[in-house]
Design a protein around this ligand. Structure first.
Ligand SMILES: N[C@@H](CCC(=O)N[C@@H](CS)C(=O)NCC(=O)O)C(=O)O
Length: 216
């Protein structure tokens, strides 16, 4: 397998998952300083010019959440998702969709407000509003972890089992670190991030992307 990456970008979640699986894979740098994500070669892999892309044999896959699901499906031995057809699996789908099409999408607005308007003042206002909306999403995710802790059902997002949701949420929480109230200031998210940051696979992924602690 080959993972096209740029340090700290959306590749982080699939990268951590590949490290958890423990099979060999190749990391291929997409140099954003040179706009390589918009090169004709890269656009053949992902016409939207976004990072990451996973190449698995003949399969070329973009969209981070889809890559994470594919890795869980093709490596059942790694136990990265509950069994098909179970309520736990349905909850995993629900939260993965929430994370990718709500929180991740809002974070893109936060990081690139200038793409949504033509002047700096409006961009500043859009960024500030996005930060507020991200805050209300973090409140919801914090609530899940609080409930897990009260019911003593485990330290991972859906309880006892480490799943693809955990690296996904870790990555998104890392992206909030420049905010007034980053994820690490929410008590349950703070414990969760601390716990995940000690996993050897997580540490390896950061090391290979050249990112030093603090990770979030
Ligand atoms: N929905 C896509 C979004 C990916 C995405 O926005 N990646 C960012 C890096 S984190 C990117 O490639 N940005 C380049 C750009 O927007 O020009 C996914 O989850 O794969």
């Amino acid at each position: 397998m080959k993972l096209y990456f740029s340090p700290g970008n959306a590749n982080l979640a699939p990268h951590m998952i590949l490290e958890e699986i423990g099979l060999p894979f190749e990391l291929i740098l997409v140099d954003r300083a040179k706009n390589e994500q918009l090169s004709p070669e890269y656009l053949k892999l992902n016409p939207s010019g976004r990072i990451p892309v996973l190449v698995d044999g003949e399969l070329v896959l973009f969209e981070t959440a889809a890559i994470c699901l594919h890795l869980a499906d093709t490596h059942p031995e790694a136990n990265l998702a509950p069994a098909f057809g179970t309520p736990q699996r349905a909850h995993l789908y629900k939260w993965l969709m929430y994370m990718t099409n709500t929180l991740q999408a809002e974070l893109l607005t936060y990081f690139y407000p200038d793409r949504l308007c033509d002047d700096e003042i409006t961009a500043t206002q859009i960024k500030a509003k996005a930060e507020i909306r991200v805050g209300s999403m973090l409140d919801i995710l914090e609530g899940v972890l609080k409930e897990n802790s009260e019911k003593a059902i485990g330290k991972f997002f859906i309880g006892e089992q480490f799943t693809i949701l955990d690296p996904f949420l870790f990555m998104l929480c890392r992206w909030t670190r420049g905010m007034t109230k980053p994820a690490k200031l929410y008590p349950h998210l703070a414990l969760y991030l601390e716990h995940l940051s000690k996993r050897p696979a997580v540490i390896r992924a950061f090391e290979k992307e050249g990112i030093e602690a603090p990770y979030y």
